[in-house]
Design a protein around this ligand. Structure first.
Ligand code: IVH
Length: 672
């Protein structure tokens, strides 16, 4: 009987936990307004996992633990849409919109209202909920037949598995990848020698249609729903009602929508968002204008492929023309050799652009980019300059195809193309360029965080042969440092102090600093928390490492391979002999939060392009200092960190009198 009671209690707690977790998840992923720290969420989530492990019969289909399926999919099943997924007619200027308005007014009785929405640049999906539970997610496909991507969509946290009410509906919307996630993903892919995605839309499509649900789950996709096609018991009469009903059910909609009475007012909305476009955290490629009242929509009707009651205004793509003067090849810390186009400076979407990564050899060949070519550039994800295409009409006859190096630009050893990689790689373990990059990574903020040891000093130390591998940093003395440019007595002392202090860092900083392939700051933290010492990690089996939530097969294999390397073991021994701490000194996750910090309990928003930080790293760092980093400005926001080109969030922060810091002020506070 005791057991029975325990079971009942567990059942009650599981229900309670799912409700709580759904609630917090909705606040975080749908409303962008979390009210509890991540650590608290994790605590509840762990409690749920434990109960589900103890009582497997209590595992519910819509439990947050059931978001990600484990097995590789054989392919996507083709599914016919109950109602076809149509497309939209386009307009490219005010005249096109006026023509649309005229047509609509001819077809519709009475006053016309237009509801304007952002046109999210992602891919369309249709979500079916039966009695409030997500039962199917299908891509648009050709509009009639799409692909069943339910397993992958379940892993997107902004998509609720269960609605707030047990309704049976079908809603449609756009799955997208936020700009910051796109940039981070491409940085990682480039470093790993994988092909980069051309834009956030391709990245979202590649992620959603990935046959490994773990891959989809590990990348940050989100969703905005924009229509309902099967209403269940919902009582709605306009498009605005429909979106408000979706909100009430817990489905994520885009808040930047407005209803207007005339097409001239619609035009002011378009102009407003054309300006705000670069500062939005996701890509939009236009504005969708919809007749608001459903009875008017019915009167306007449909063509075979699109409704007559809606139109998409497409933004002109912002592109600039410039000349490629040189293609520079540089070697990263893992040996990947990356080409960069050096161009005449040109103004583009708010900044001056003169460098653009060309990512890899295939891309140069595919676009046939040559020195002296005139090229069109634009900003991918609105931030990263990209060469779109060559202006072949203005190519001079003398140009020749770009010379692809066969030797490493730093060490002259033969470059290789590894199987499955698009990257060119220098595989010389002694390559000086790689060694320099490894040192730069080791001292960086999220690794050993050795203050004052910038890139210029590292390069000098390396070139003067004072430092060859990371352990040599701990051998340096004052005399060594005084031989460097612009280093005087005081700064040498400061540097030595910073190096000494780094010896006490918690294990995760060292693990990340070692630059183990695929081990980012997050994986390093998970490993450190789990194993608590480098010895324990060394002893752990592949299966064991893989069983850590958040660590997949690829990372686990890379860790095991690293600890089997003799050179890696030698390096660790050397570091040990200099007294570098190799244990986890934080208490489990929650307590790693530094409650003395200025940021503790502050709600912080980051916006604009950052020069000194990677956005996700900064987010992680502030979170560890106790901040609650959110995506949008509200009355609850304590601080806005504004980078370059900060747009609407900056305006809103000013309006709400939120404190605003630039990066300089932030760096000062962080260094204190
Ligand atoms: S309404 C009948 N609203 O744009 C079609 N579409 O060319 C109803 N899109 O395939 C579409 N944001 O994937 C609508 N706020 C929005 C949208 C949106 C993006 C996409 C959608 C569609 C394409 C239309």
């Amino acid at each position: 009987m005791v057991l029975d009671n325990d079971f009942k209690q567990a059942q009650r707690r599981v229900d309670e936990l799912i409700t709580l977790l759904d609630h917090y998840s909705h606040e975080y992923y749908v409303l962008d307004r979390p009210t509890i720290p991540d650590s608290e969420y994790d605590k509840l989530y762990q409690e749920l996992l434990k109960l589900e492990e103890m009582y497997p019969t209590l595992v519910q289909q819509d439990s947050p633990s059931q978001r990600v399926g484990g097995t590789l999919l054989p392919g996507f099943e083709k599914v016919e849409h109950d109602l076809p997924m149509l497309s939209l007619d386009n307009a490219f200027d005010l005249d096109g919109l006026r023509a649309f308005d005229k047509r609509v007014r001819q077809l519709v009785d009475g006053e016309v209202e237009y509801e304007c929405e952002l046109k999210i640049d992602g891919l369309a999906v249709s979500l079916k909920y039966e009695n409030g539970k997500l039962i199917r997610a299908v891509t648009r496909g050709d509009g009639r037949v799409g692909e069943n991507v339910t397993g992958n969509v379940r892993s997107i946290k902004a998509v609720p598995l269960k609605l707030k009410r047990a309704v049976t509906i079908e809603a449609r919307g756009e799955i997208y990848m936020p700009k910051s996630s796109f940039i981070q993903l491409n940085e990682e892919r480039e470093e790993q020698g994988e092909a980069v995605f051309a834009n956030p839309r391709n990245a979202a499509a590649g992620t959603l249609r990935n046959l490994n649900p773990q891959v989809t789950a590990s990348r940050n996709l989100s969703v905005f729903l924009y229509s309902i096609v099967q209403y269940g018991d919902l009582n709605v009469e306009t498009q605005s009602d429909a979106l408000n009903s979706l909100d009430k059910l817990g489905l994520r909609t885009n808040p930047e929508r407005t209803v207007f009475q005339s097409i001239e007012e619609v035009w002011t909305y378009i102009e407003e968002y054309q300006n705000k476009r670069t500062s939005l955290p996701y890509e939009i490629d236009g504005i969708v204008i919809k007749v608001n009242k459903f009875d008017n929509q019915e009167q306007a009707g449909y063509t075979v492929k699109a409704p007559r009651w809606a139109i998409a205004y497409k933004f002109p793509a912002e592109e600039a023309k410039t000349t490629v003067n040189e293609i520079e090849w540089s070697v990263g810390r893992t040996g990947v050799v990356t080409p960069t186009a050096l161009m005449d400076p040109v103004h583009l979407a708010g900044t001056t652009v003169q460098r653009a990564s060309l990512h890899n050899v295939d891309l140069i060949k595919e676009k046939d980019i040559r020195i002296n070519d005139t090229v069109f550039v634009r900003k991918a994800g609105d931030i990263i300059p990209e060469v779109v295409r060559v202006d072949f009409d203005s190519r001079s006859k003398e140009t020749e195809p770009c010379q692809i190096p066969t030797q490493c630009p730093a060490c002259q050893s033969e470059l290789v193309h590894l199987e499955d990689e698009v990257a060119l790689r220098c595989v010389n373990p002694k390559c000086p360029a790689q060694a320099k990059e490894r040192l730069i990574h080791f001292v960086s903020r999220n690794a050993m965080n050795i203050d004052g040891l910038g890139e210029k000093i590292i390069i000098q130390l390396f070139e003067k042969q004072l430092v060859q591998d990371v352990s040599d940093l701990y051998r340096l003395n004052k005399e060594d440092l005084l031989t460097l440019d612009k280093i005087a007595d005081k700064s040498a002392e400061n540097l030595l102090n910073a190096i000494k202090n780094s010896k006490d860092n918690s294990l995760e900083k060292l693990l990340f600093g070692l630059g183990i392939k695929h081990v980012g700051a997050k994986a390093a933290r998970l490993l450190a928390e789990e194993y608590e010492s480098i010895e324990n990690i060394k002893r752990a089996s592949l299966e064991d490492i893989q069983s850590i939530e958040g660590i997949g097969e690829i990372i686990a294999e890379s860790i095991v391979a690293f600890f089997e390397l003799e050179a890696a073991m030698d390096l660790i021994d050397k570091l040990k002999s200099f007294g570098i701490n190799m244990t986890y000194t934080g208490v489990k996750r929650q307590a790693t939060i530094n409650t003395d910090s200025y940021f503790n309990d502050k709600t912080v928003v980051i916006t604009g392009k950052l020069e000194h930080f990677k956005r996700n790293d900064l987010k992680e760092e502030l979170t560890l200092l106790g901040a609650n980093v959110t995506g949008s400005i509200s009355k609850k926001t304590d601080l806005l960190i504004a980078g370059i080109d900060a747009g609407s969030k900056l305006d809103k922060a000013k309006e709400l009198e939120v404190s605003i810091w630039d990066e300089k002020r932030l760096l000062k506070e962080l260094s204190e």
